[in-house]
Design a protein around this ligand. Structure first.
Ligand code: GLA
Length: 434
């Protein structure tokens, strides 16, 4: 296909995997560790550097229209981001990092097997893959950790204020192991999952494009505002305290103690923007211009108690999950399942990032033999991940297929991409023509 489109052969290939987050949702941008693994589904790019300063993008899927642009004039559309904008994020990230005046032009054919808008990080895989292609085409190198950090920043050109989980696991994943990803500094530690259980991904088939709505950025802002109010209430310098983790570090408290602080400081009723301004002792104007982001300007109430409760308790669950994997007690599968269930309840009730279809799918998965089941990724649609004892796997798959997919109102056909068991896959890499 590349040859028929570009009339020459690709010079190299890059691949970048999607991921499934086992536990630790919506806490990476608060500074806390998360526990994902790469999936086998990926983005693959066949690439050829060209001497003209033009980027030509084609996609093997006819749903995604071809795109061309001048390599020196990268415009990223934040209001209605189309697929190629994610490529441009990766390209621009590398271009800016190396201050490339004359970045190489590119012919690229892109193929993706990660279901889009499903919480399996198809967008970050495309950003990372494009970053890798641009790096290679311009004869540059970077350590994986730096590439991951750079691609995390670059994806924000699209307008979402994500953390670094997706890009980090994309580059740092290794076959056969999940990873505990910690930030500041970024590092990844192997987490050996217990034998005897499979991780099964099931798609709720509700699409959630986090760049097209403001749910995601509102949550990021609620965490940011909660940070400021907590810091102020404990007489810390709230202006320089940015993340919920910073409050914990400055107060030198455990996560459990932070939960008590949240109970003392916040009321469960939503905070009006006026009340937040009063609490911080700043005017509404200052609050709007100095703290609120572009797409949270119109929001008038913020749930600070619930969001902070979720973050500190979820951060503690990640550490417990890892500990159980290391200590591997006889009942490890049951204990990990319990943590996944608590995580889902917290996402649903406190963070409010679930949706009725995801909740229904989680219930069906639990009734079908999973010991734990939860939404994975940003939420508001997309996939669940369930932990299923191996001996129950076959029945589990048949039951979920029957109860969710066959009975779904839309009569959804179960394709391989809607319901599948997965193993920890490998990270992003380049393949050269032999
Ligand atoms: C998206 C973001 C991640 C993370 C998850 C929620 O995937 O890109 O950084 O915040 O949502 O855990």
């Amino acid at each position: 296909m590349f040859i028929s489109i570009f009339k020459s052969a690709p010079k190299f290939y890059a691949r970048a995997p999607g991921r499934v987050n086992l536990i630790g949702e919506h806490i990476d941008y608060c500074g806390y560790a998360v526990l994902p693994m790469a999936v086998e589904q990926d983005i693959l790019i066949a690439a050829e550097p060209v001497t003209t300063p033009v980027i030509h993008l084609a996609n093997t899927n006819p749903l995604y229209a071809d795109f061309s642009t001048n390599a020196n004039d990268i415009q990223i559309n934040q209001t209605k981001p189309l697929w190629h904008n994610y490529f441009l994020c990766g390209f621009k990230g590398i271009k800016d990092h190396f201050s490339l005046d004359k970045p190489s032009g590119l012919n690229c054919l892109i193929e993706g097997t990660i279901p889009p808008s499903s919480g399996l990080s198809s967008s970050s895989a495309l950003v990372c893959c494009a970053g890798l292609v641009t790096l290679m085409a311009n004869g540059k190198t970077l350590p994986k950790v730096e590439l991951a950090e750079l691609c995390s920043k670059s994806e924000r050109y699209i307008g979402t204020q994500g953390g670094g989980m997706d890009q980090s696991i994309c580059f740092l994943a290794e076959k056969g192991t999940a990873k505990l990803i910690e930030f500041n500094p970024l590092r990844a530690t192997d987490v050996k999952l217990p034998g005897g259980a499979a991780f099964v991904i099931a798609n709720s088939c509700v699409e959630m494009n986090k760049a097209a709505t403001s749910h995601f950025n509102i949550r990021v802002m609620e965490c940011h505002l909660a940070t400021k109010l907590l810091a102020k209430s404990r007489r810390l310098d709230w202006k320089t305290t940015e993340k919920l983790q910073d409050v914990q570090i400055k107060l030198k408290l455990s996560l459990e103690e932070m939960l008590d602080v949240v109970d003392e400081v916040f009321h469960p009723e939503p905070y009006s923007i006026e009340e937040i301004g009063e609490n911080l002792g700043i005017s509404l104007k200052e609050l709007r211009t100095e703290i609120l982001s572009q797409n949270t300007q119109v929001v008038t109430t913020f749930k600070l108690y619930q969001r902070a409760k979720h973050v500190y308790s979820e951060a503690a669950r990640v550490l417990k999950f890892k500990e159980i994997c290391v200590e591997a007690p006889d009942n490890a599968v049951r204990l990990l399942g319990d943590l996944m269930n608590e995580s889902h309840a917290s996402c649903r009730d406190l963070y409010e990032c679930s949706c009725p279809e995801l909740d229904q799918l989680v219930d069906i998965c639990l009734q079908s033999g999973a010991v734990g089941s939860r939404l994975t990724g940003a939420g508001w649609g997309g996939c669940t991940v369930s932990m299923v004892p191996i001996e129950k796997l076959e029945r589990f798959l048949a039951n979920v297929k029957e109860a969710f997919y066959a009975k779904n109102d839309q009569g959804l056909a179960v394709e391989e991409s809607s319901l599948f068991a997965t193993n920890p896959g490998d990270g992003a890499r380049i393949f050269l023509e032999a």
